[in-house]
Ligand binder design. Structure first.
Ligand code: 8YV
Length: 329
């Protein structure tokens, strides 16, 4: 009998066919929460899950006795109870690598847009305000030659740094627990404490995963460390930045601008001041959202799930320990 999987992410026809050839597939369209009677009922029979964004709370695992693997269509896995999954021997797979360059492109788009006031000035032309010559009140600031600070220097952080160092002649600083000697020699990157990095950087780009340790890593104190001319970019997860402190810092002029792709609560409410501030470029969590990359992510998740449910090691596995316990190691 075919194993049963629940699919709640965007998959192409070909990917769905690939899954249906192996499994009994139950699709959930537009699932926003796992806490619906239909999803909970389906979980009791499910061997695998494939999808994105939906939070799977630990208590739901009690209702999923057959669950063997989750293939998330994302690199981030803060919406899964990793410890409990591991205890239950459930494999958690993600999609690193295939989205690195595209997410770094988004980071750089935010750097350019905030520094050169791209959105604000495009709106100015669209409104028909370009009647006289452009003056200093419309000028932005250089990106080239400036200092770029990466908070987190993993795959995506390094790809942003590469764009800055090699394309824009930027000096790279990074804050990370472990040194990265290869990137130091490749990019001339220098490791700093977080406070030092904040004090030196013209652009601070947040790329750390969200965890208990990184929740509100950038808060009121950190904004006081930054230059008043600095720009904060967040392409990681909203709660890594204390959003109230960010709004306060922007209003008080403690930093110059922010380029954001992620928020404390998504979708971002229109009641938030962030999308209405001229010095904020707010994107709707589209870091990896290109046709090519989202398709590659979905394909990676499909491949991960097929491998995992046939007893093979998935390509990208978050909880190695769960794999070892399944192998009886
Ligand atoms: C996801 C992301 O696609 O991969 C991640 O962690 O943030 C995005 O690329 C997003 O979470 C929607 O599923």
């Amino acid at each position: 009998m075919k194993k049963r999987i629940l699919a709640y992410g965007r998959l192409s026809e070909a990917q769905l066919t690939q899954l249906s050839n192996e499994f009994e597939v139950q699709q959930f369209h537009g699932l926003a929460s796992a806490d619906t009677p239909e999803f909970r009922a389906a979980l009791t029979e499910a061997h695998g899950l494939i999808g994105s964004s939906v939070t799977i709370p630990a208590e739901l695992l009690k209702e999923a006795p057959n669950l063997e693997a989750i293939a998330s269509i994302s690199v981030g896995f803060d919406n899964y109870p990793v410890e409990e999954l591991t205890q239950h021997g459930i494999l958690l797979c993600n999609t690193p690598d295939v989205l690195t360059e595209t997410t770094a492109d988004t980071g750089f788009a935010l750097i350019m847009a905030t520094a050169r006031r791209v959105v604000e000035l495009a709106d100015f032309v669209r409104r028909g305000d370009w009647l006289k010559s452009i003056g200093p009140e419309h000028f932005g600031n250089d990106v080239n030659g400036k200092t770029l600070g990466l908070v987190g220097f993993g795959r995506i952080g390094a790809a942003v740094a590469r764009r800055g160092a090699l394309g824009f002649g930027m000096q790279v600083r990074y804050a990370m627990a472990s040194p990265k000697p290869a990137l130091e020699s490749e990019l001339g990157a220098k490791r700093r404490t977080l406070d030092e990095l904040l004090a030196e950087s013209d652009f601070v780009c947040v790329t750390v995963p969200l965890s208990a340790a990184t929740h509100h890593l950038i808060g009121a104190h950190e904004f006081t460390c930054m230059k008043s001319s600095a720009v904060l970019i967040n392409i990681a997860r909203g709660p890594v930045v204390d959003e109230a402190a960010l709004i306060e810092a922007l209003k008080a002029g403690r930093i110059r601008a922010a380029g954001l792709d992620v928020y404390n609560k998504e979708p971002l409410s229109q009641a938030s001041p962030l999308p209405h501030m001229a010095n904020v470029v707010a994107l709707p969590h589209i870091g990896s959202a290109t046709h090519e990359t989202r398709n590659a992510m979905a394909q990676r998740a499909v491949d991960n799930l097929i491998l995992a449910l046939s007893g093979n090691r998935p390509i990208s596995l978050v909880n190695e320990e769960a794999w070892e316990s399944r192998q009886g190691v």
